[in-house]
Design a protein around this ligand. Structure first.
Ligand code: SF4
Ligand code: SF4
Length: 342
């Protein structure tokens, strides 16, 4: 049975967060050592969101970690959809604007999201995964995950933060892929930027509009990032939730395969949508506390149990799928012992 540590917090007021961050960091004090290079995996929050991870909390955790390891940096990868988090430089700037300016920040898949490290997994959906290349410089991970609901996967916790979050743009695309990219002819201006940038010569301009040759497309996702008017998109929702959840879990498997990892789940300002949404969200559950564990399956199961599965109501989405599949492929165990930190 895995241990999950729980620090109850009555309020996420800024004056309490530094102490809470230091206290929860005690649970991994013996886990990381001076030989470790630790990627602190975060979601820095979309512009316009207000309920993403509080930087004061993360600063306290980072400083506790940094004094006992060889190197630590805050990391994420680019995202698939158009916006500031689609490029390395603007993603980093957004992180700094959101208060994450106290530590090095690395966007692991580079400026356009096409710098990849392929890792063999040999699982049901993937033979290999495409992680952000920068992960090769780290032997350890501390995943700090704001636990929220999510339209496609039911919940977004440690499994999603690690699985989807470490994927390069092409990796994220193949996790979502049971479909083909679409070019919106009403938005396409025929500028040819996507054609120039496409590494597979899969795009042509015909009658002033871009066309994708799906026989050539390698699914890198670069055209989504570089299109000025945002004409290239994914038909969201085309992939089944079960497949999407299992693919994310296979990515988490690949990322964690050769790295030691510890997980912190932040159960504060728990919203029904994830931190990728641009709007202000009213939390459906305000503040419960912080969880810590060496087991990515146990910590997500404990988070779901503490919040209550009935709170996560995405139609047709069962969040148990990701937890069950993660246990099935050996990422951890659902049985846990909750140890409250006083
Ligand atoms: S068309 Fe395919 S290969 Fe070319 S940039 Fe877009 S996703 Fe990448
Ligand atoms: S970059 Fe965008 S607007 Fe330009 S040709 Fe490609 S799809 Fe059309």
């Amino acid at each position: 049975m895995s241990k999950v540590y729980f620090l109850r917090i009555k309020s996420s007021a800024p004056e309490t967060l530094t102490d809470a961050g230091k206290k929860i960091s005690e649970v991994f004090s013996d886990f990381f050592g001076l030989e470790d290079k630790v990627a602190v995996k975060l979601h820095f929050g979309e512009r316009g969101s207000q309920t993403y991870l509080n930087p004061l909390l993360v600063k306290a955790i980072y400083e506790s970690l940094n004094e006992r390891v060889k190197k630590a940096a805050l990391v994420d990868c680019t995202v698939l959809y158009k916006g500031e988090r689609s490029f390395g430089s603007s993603h980093k700037k957004l992180a700094q604007d959101h208060g994450f300016d106290f530590a090095p920040i690395l966007i692991l898949d580079g400026e356009k999201g096409d710098e990849e490290l392929k890792i063999k997994v040999g699982l049901k959906h993937f033979k290999e995964i495409k992680a952000g290349k920068g992960i090769k410089d780290f032997n350890a991970i501390l995943a700090v995950s704001h636990f929220t609901g999510h339209g496609g996967t039911g919940i977004a916790g440690a499994l999603k933060n690690v699985g989807m979050g470490f994927g390069s743009k092409g990796g994220k695309l193949e996790m979502h892929q049971a479909f083909k990219l679409e070019i919106n002819p009403d938005l396409c201006q025929g500028c040819g930027t996507c054609q120039e940038e496409c590494p597979a010569q899969a795009i042509s301009i015909e009658d002033g509009k871009a066309q994708i040759d799906y026989q050539r497309c390698i699914g890198c996702g670069k055209c989504i990032a570089v299109c000025p008017p945002g004409a290239v998109g994914i038909p969201w929702g085309a992939s089944s939730s079960q497949d999407l959840q299992q693919r994310i879990v296979e990515y988490a498997f690949g990322i964690l395969k050769q790295r030691k990892a510890f997980f912190l789940n932040v159960l504060l300002n728990i919203t029904s949508g994830c931190d990728c949404l641009e709007n202000v969200q009213e939390p459906m559950v305000k503040d419960l506390g912080l969880l810590g564990s060496e087991d990515i399956v146990a910590i997500d199961q404990a988070s779901l149990d503490l919040i209550g599965k009935e709170k996560f109501k995405s139609p047709g989405v069962n969040p148990d799928v990701q937890i069950n599949y993660a246990q099935e492929i050996g990422l951890g165990e659902k049985d846990y012992k909750l140890i409250e930190i006083k």
